[in-house]
Design a protein around this ligand. Structure first.
Ligand SMILES: [Zn+2]
Length: 287
């Protein structure tokens, strides 16, 4: 009996060590890749939310920062696009897989985000202060990064209450952050101001603003376009209709989860937003 306490302490320390090793290894095999889109604009992928970069010879601008553990790989990839310094970072919203690398990558850069992102990150004691936004946006704002114009458009709360769309009018590109999960059920973060009906409304809004040639960078998934957004909108509308009708007919959430949304929606299921989780999100969103 007298060894019980030291042993359990040891076990705890060993577990802690194992979990931090697992965390570090989680990123060991991640590669950061850049896809040229138009002019000096690139889409970057690694782990977490899709990034974009404007890599001019006078300075580099980055949209979203994924995770601190990937900062060295992201920095190295940016250097292959332009030797210039990272001068500006824009965050599409406040989630950890989009802002986790803020301090590690951009402590010396201007960091721009929706005003609510600064409020929420400031309230998070675990968030490195060096990564807090320095410039906040609360209305549609045009910025010019060494000749590349971007329009930062705060959207009515839908994924969170701090979502920005980033438009490149001349290049006909839009970075949607997590207002678009390409090919998968979306995450609507109702604990941070998210709203399903507005998420659908914002999807319609973007579709109304783009044409067949627009390159659409989603927060997660592959580079897409108007057709991809229309497909997503159809899924959102259809699944919302299914859940609304079922709830009005008196079906419980558990019964609906057991029944499922139907085979045609299986392909949208993924490990983070499973079919069950999407049904729960919808069920709670409808009256
Ligand atoms: Zn997100």
């Amino acid at each position: 009996m007298k060894f019980t306490k030291p042993l359990s302490l040891l076990t705890g320390a060993a577990l802690l060590l194992c979990s931090s090793v697992a965390l570090a290894n989680r990123f060991a095999d991640v590669q950061v890749n850049a896809t040229p889109l138009k002019d000096s604009v690139y889409m970057l992928t690694g782990a977490g939310g899709n990034m974009a970069a404007v890599a001019t010879s006078d300075g580099v601008l980055l949209i979203d920062s994924q995770y601190a553990e990937l900062a060295d790989k992201i920095r190295a990839k940016l250097k292959t696009l332009s030797p210039a310094e990272l001068t500006t970072l824009i965050n599409t919203h406040m989630h950890g897989d989009h802002v986790g690398g803020n301090a590690a990558l951009a402590a010396n850069a201007n960091i721009i985000a929706h005003a609510n992102v600064k409020t929420r990150l400031s309230a998070d004691n675990n968030f490195d202060r060096a990564g807090l936004p320095k410039t906040t946006i609360s209305e549609k704002t045009t910025i010019n990064h060494h000749g590349v114009e971007m329009v930062l458009e705060p959207m009515p709360a839908s994924h969170t209450d701090g979502d920005l769309l980033i438009w490149f009018p001349k290049q006909n590109i839009v970075h949607m952050g997590d207002l678009m999960f390409q090919g998968r059920f979306p995450f609507v973060d109702t604990n941070n101001g998210g709203n399903v009906q507005q998420y659908i409304e914002n999807t319609r809004y973007v579709i109304s603003k783009i044409d067949e040639q627009t390159q659409v960078i989603p927060g997660h998934g592959e580079l897409t376009n108007k057709a991809g957004l229309q497909k997503e909108l159809a899924m959102l509308e259809q699944t919302l209709a299914i859940v609304t009708a079922a709830k009005q007919q008196g079906m419980t959430e558990a019964e609906l989860i057991a029944k499922g949304l139907g085979d045609e929606f299986k392909a949208w299921h993924w490990n983070f937003i499973t079919e069950e989780r999407w049904i729960k999100t919808l069920y709670q969103a409808v009256n």
